[in-house]
Design a protein around this ligand. Structure first.
Ligand SMILES: Cc1cc2nc3c(=O)[nH]c(=O)nc-3n(C[C@H](O)[C@H](O)[C@H](O)COP(=O)(O)OP(=O)(O)OC[C@H]3O[C@@H](n4cnc5c(N)ncnc54)[C@H](O)[C@@H]3O)c2cc1C
Length: 505
């Protein structure tokens, strides 16, 4: 059988951060050596060096590459993540948990949260968190994979990972190079384009080497070397909704058990992440530079570290927003070059993963049909905007007194988010599209956790209340979860088993 004479012969990936090596590994896995893949990176420029918390779909990224979980966690000094604990996003002492997986189980044709809202109006003060298996485990620092039996509460949780981003890039580099990816070290200082089509033909390094390709993937980080500096794709800023524009990062030593969750603590003009790994904790303070200076932001971070600082603070600047066209001509931007959303819900590495999956669905040939780019850009925009709205919700729903937070709470939200909030507050109705990354449990976590609690519930709950005893059922569910959590081992013990050398055969 004849192959397409216009088939791609070569792909050049510019950049070797998480985006570059994730792309290289996934492309090598998908196309083998039929298409030559070259990755260019510059040690002198380096990588952004953060990006350590993930969400559950990362499991399928690794699985598709055939990477075993234990190997991956050993190589990246990783830990398990059951969700995010949010501290101080309402009143200073407020806490809630955004779990992976679902909340308990709906019963008698009515969603769990409607039963919960009904009981709440009757005086029951049980936190909604108590119906998440993830929280039952997290509060006890326990971990185990969900069981494969939908009738068991231990099947209702999900999980992701925390890991060292630098080690992950190294791990994927080895994987990609083993499968034929060629790495070139050097700084690109020129980009050459075809005079007729405008397509990129090759890039030139400082030492004069020219590297040609049929298709280019811009993974050059915030620089947007190809997509912006060369192709002027444009940037849509979302800073008016998400005004944080800086972060200071500083790792510290572990103290106490390694928690199987990320913590996000709100401060006066932003929030702090705490990401536990096997060998250290990743910490950072995301803040709005108009509301807080760098020195103060660093002092806040230092005074809220659990352990001893392991490095000097490092400041990173950014603007929330997305590249107007992630794909232009024969170049697609993946990673920070395609846009940035702050790491509040650990979505950037996922955006890389889904960009790669999208690219593989519309991989072009050398005719570069613009329809590929059109569909890619449409889907990319929809994904970015929906995640953006979910992150905006955290800011919009805060009840903190500081001027920064008051300003965030009073800024009008995007239309689709306003629609969702209207339905939620009027009818406790969740109206997210099926293909949205953050599903109903995530929206419930933030709405209820940040005090957006409707004084209403589905009328079906009253209609069905005669056939069940909802209060007893909720009590039972909560008890089942608390008991089930005891059957899982301590997270530290699970990690220790991973780290233990394999027994000699
Ligand atoms: C403060 C902060 C916290 C974050 N936390 C999380 C998190 O918890 N979870 C999450 O999922 N994501 C997080 N992210 C996002 C995550 O860090 C990035 O999505 C991820 O690291 C991918 O970055 P990148 O590969 O696109 O860019 P980079 O890591 O910046 O890599 C860019 C690459 O391009 C190369 N390059 C640039 N210019 C040239 C040139 N001229 N010539 C040759 N090479 C060049 C560089 O050498 C480098 O190899 C965070 C981001 C920030 C800013």
């Amino acid at each position: 059988m004849q192959t397409n004479p216009q088939m791609l012969r070569s792909i050049v990936i510019v950049g070797g951060g998480s985006a570059g090596w994730m792309t290289a590994a996934a492309l090598a896995n998908a196309v083998g050596t039929t298409v030559a893949i070259t990755l260019i990176e510059s040690d002198a420029i380096g990588t952004v060096g953060v990006g350590e918390a993930t969400i559950p779909p990362i499991q399928s990224f690794n699985a598709r590459l055939g990477i075993a979980e234990a190997d991956f966690l050993r190589a990246t000094r990783g830990s398990y993540k059951l969700g995010i604990e949010f501290v101080g996003w309402g009143a200073a002492t407020s806490r809630y948990f955004h779990p992976f997986g679902s909340y308990g189980a709906d019963f008698d044709r009515v969603s769990l949260h409607h039963w919960w809202l009904r009981e709440r109006l009757r005086g029951d003060a049980t936190p909604f968190d108590d119906f998440a298996m993830c929280w039952a485990l997290a509060r006890e620092n326990r971990f185990g994979a969900p069981v494969d039996n939908p009738r068991d509460v231990r099947s209702t949780h999900g999980y992701a990972y925390h890991f060292d981003a630098g080690l992950y890039a190294k791990f994927l580099r080895r994987y990609a190079e083993d499968r034929g990816v060629r790495r070139e070290e050097g700084r690109i200082n020129q980009v050459q384009r075809d005079g007729q089509t405008g397509h990129i033909t090759h890039v030139t390094l400082d030492d004069g080497r020219a590297i040609a390709g049929d298709f280019f993937v811009d993974c050059s980080g915030f620089a947007g070397l190809l997509i912006e500096r060369e192709l002027n794709a444009g940037f849509e800023s979302w800073a008016h909704w998400l005004p944080c524009d800086s972060a200071v990062a500083m790792p510290c030593t572990n103290t106490g058990p390694i928690t199987p969750y990320t913590r996000s603590t709100a401060h006066a003009a932003g929030w702090q992440w705490r990401i536990p790994l096997q060998h250290r904790q990743g910490n950072g303070h995301v803040y709005c530079s108009q509301a807080m200076g760098d020195d103060e932001a660093q002092a806040v971070l230092r005074s809220n570290l659990d352990g001893e600082a392991l490095a000097d603070p490092r400041v990173i600047r950014f603007t929330a927003g997305r590249r107007r066209h992630a794909w232009v001509g024969n170049c697609v931007a993946i990673g920070l070059s395609s846009g940035f959303l702050e790491p509040l819900e650990s979505t950037s590495l996922h955006l890389i993963q889904s960009a790669i999956e999208r690219l593989l669905l519309v991989l072009p040939d050398r005719n570069h049909d613009p329809l590929n780019a059109q569909e890619y850009n449409r889907a990319s925009q929809a994904e970015y905007e929906r995640i953006r709205d979910f992150i905006i919700l955290h800011y919009h729903a805060n009840t903190r007194p500081e001027p920064f937070w008051q300003q965030c709470a009073s800024t009008p939200v995007p239309d689709e988010l306003a629609y969702k909030i209207r339905h939620w507050m009027a009818a406790a109705r969740l109206v997210s599209p099926q293909d949205e990354l953050f599903r109903n449990p995530s929206w419930l976590a933030v709405y209820l956790g940040q005090g957006m609690v409707p004084d209403t519930y589905d009328t079906m709950a009253d209609i069905r209340a005669g056939t069940v005893d909802p209060a007893a059922q909720l009590r039972r569910l909560r008890g089942l979860m608390q008991a089930a959590a005891q059957t899982f081992p301590a997270h530290d013990a699970v990690l220790a088993r991973l780290a233990a050398p394999e027994p000699v055969a």
